[in-house]
Design a protein around this ligand. Structure first.
Ligand code: ATP
Ligand code: MG
Length: 154
């Protein structure tokens, strides 16, 4: 299905914010508009919403009130690039190679709910769509998760 990434992102963020847990937390959306909006991608809308919800929930769960969470999207003519960025605790460099493993949870997750399945599922969904995912993180500065997906022909 040819599908609009900005719509999927808007839906993902509003679903997360519709839960009482996250209703009070701001998520800044910076979606490319100039000179055109992000082009369409192929994919299963519902699965993509599952993936982006997981990323936004991680960004909120691992940060605190006062931290910033940003969802941004642009296209480079061949791929759509979505980043979910936060000013949270970051991920230790020795843990970064493991965060997409099923059931892996980092030290920063000790006091927080979850099962360590989220990012494994996100990675699976993204690769089913011909895309890929990578993460940059700095301790005490924050984390950026980037998803790249091929664009459909116009
Ligand atoms: N935005 C983030 N900031 C800091 N650490 C993160 C972030 N996203 C993921 N992590 C780290 O990566 C680990 C794996 O993430 P994942 O989403 O798979 O599991 P989880 O969120 O702990 O549990 P679940 O997603 O099953 O509820 C987390 O436990 C956490 O240590
Ligand atoms: Mg998670």
């Amino acid at each position: 299905m040819r599908t609009s990434l900005p719509e999927i992102l808007e839906e993902s963020v509003s679903l997360v914010q519709s839960t009482p847990e996250w209703a009070a937390r701001a998520v800044d959306m910076k979606l490319q508009q100039v000179p055109w909006p992000v082009a369409h991608v192929w994919g299963d809308r519902d699965l993509m919403v599952v993936a982006f919800r997981n990323l936004v929930e991680n960004a909120l769960k691992f940060t605190a009130v006062g931290d910033q969470v940003e969802v941004r999207a642009m296209d480079d003519g061949r791929h759509a690039v979505v980043e979910v960025a936060d000013t949270g605790p970051g991920i230790a460099p020795d843990e970064l190679p493991h965060i997409f493993d099923e059931l892996f949870r980092g030290q920063n997750a000790r006091e927080l709910p979850g099962s360590g399945l989220g990012l494994a599922l996100v990675k699976r969904i993204v690769s089913l769509h011909g895309g890929w995912i990578d993460v940059r993180s700095r301790i005490d500065e924050g984390t950026v998760v980037r998803v790249s997906m091929p664009l459909t022909e116009a």
